[in-house]
Design a protein around this ligand. Structure first.
Ligand code: MF3
Ligand code: CO
Ligand code: CO
Length: 253
């Protein structure tokens, strides 16, 4: 396995700048999540806003991905492709995942948005997925934290709610590259038991399902859905391990 990079304060500053832009873009995109709005309209806004701030979408063209962002609704786990025919409706839970490159550095984050009034199970899922992300980040910030502590903490929370953790998609190191070492698992694991080092920068982005963890990819080659058709929710931040804990780099300013 290639070495996990330790970033300098200057590099982290660049990632924080990209991250702040991503956060501000996400908040504005979230305000557009109303019944009757198509996901292509939201994606066009994301592309325009990113360009206006001298940044570039990392997703557009990435392994042939055709849009600026991923917008994943209900049973879509991740990598939903924005589309004029995909129209938001009351009760939908929507993940918007944005990765922007500013001055050569990536910021990557996603949030869930609820359209109108959602079911109580949808609300519980969205809130639990957020808590899973927050606790995964908190665990990574503890002194002596190991990479697999993140997934172990997240799995415990999902289990308590009777939800499952998606195993097919993971978090990742990030910096000048979109997906750097290491792969960050969100489920219980012994995959990487090394210590997280000060200066490591990575994402925590658990996908939590109401039903079974299995996913499949649709014929468009991107859209990942739950195999059992159950609801899925995801939240993501880019974070840096620091000498006193952890810093979230994808916060608005
Ligand atoms: N933003 C996603 C992640 O969190 C990756 C999307 S890749 C794309 O890693 F090509 F689908 F956009
Ligand atoms: Co990511
Ligand atoms: Co992302």
């Amino acid at each position: 396995m290639a070495k996990i990079k330790v970033k300098t304060a200057k590099e982290i500053e660049h990632i924080r700048d990209a991250g702040a832009l991503v956060a501000e873009t996400l908040i504005r995109a979230g305000e557009m999540c109303k019944p009757g709005v198509c996901t292509l309209e939201i994606d066009e806004f994301i592309g325009d806003f990113t360009r206006k701030h001298k940044a570039v979408s990392a997703c557009m063209g990435y392994h042939g991905y055709p849009r600026y962002a991923c917008i994943s609704i209900n049973e879509v786990v991740c990598h939903g492709i924005p589309d004029a025919k995909t129209i938001l409706k009351d009760g939908d839970i929507v993940n918007i995942d944005i990765t922007s490159i500013l001055n050569g550095y990536h910021g990557d984050a996603s949030m869930m948005f609820c359209v109108g009034k959602v079911s109580s199970i949808a609300r519980e899922l969205v809130d639990t997925a957020k808590f899973c992300m927050e606790e995964g980040i908190r665990a990574a910030g503890e002194r002596g934290a190991r990479w697999n502590d993140i997934g172990n903490v997240i799995q415990d929370i999902a289990d308590e709610h009777g939800f499952s953790v998606v195993e097919d998609y993971c978090g990742h190191g990030i910096g000048t590259g979109f997906h750097e070492e290491p792969t960050v698992l969100h489920c219980r694991n012994n995959y990487l038991t090394k210590f997280i080092e000060v200066g490591n920068v990575f994402t925590v982005e658990p996908m939590i399902n109401v039903g079974r963890p299995g996913t499949k990819t649709l014929s468009d080659g991107w859209t990942a859905v739950t195999r059992d058709g159950s609801l899925s929710a995801q939240w993501e931040h880019t974070v840096a391990k620091t000498k006193d804990g952890i810093e979230i780099l994808t916060l608005p300013r």
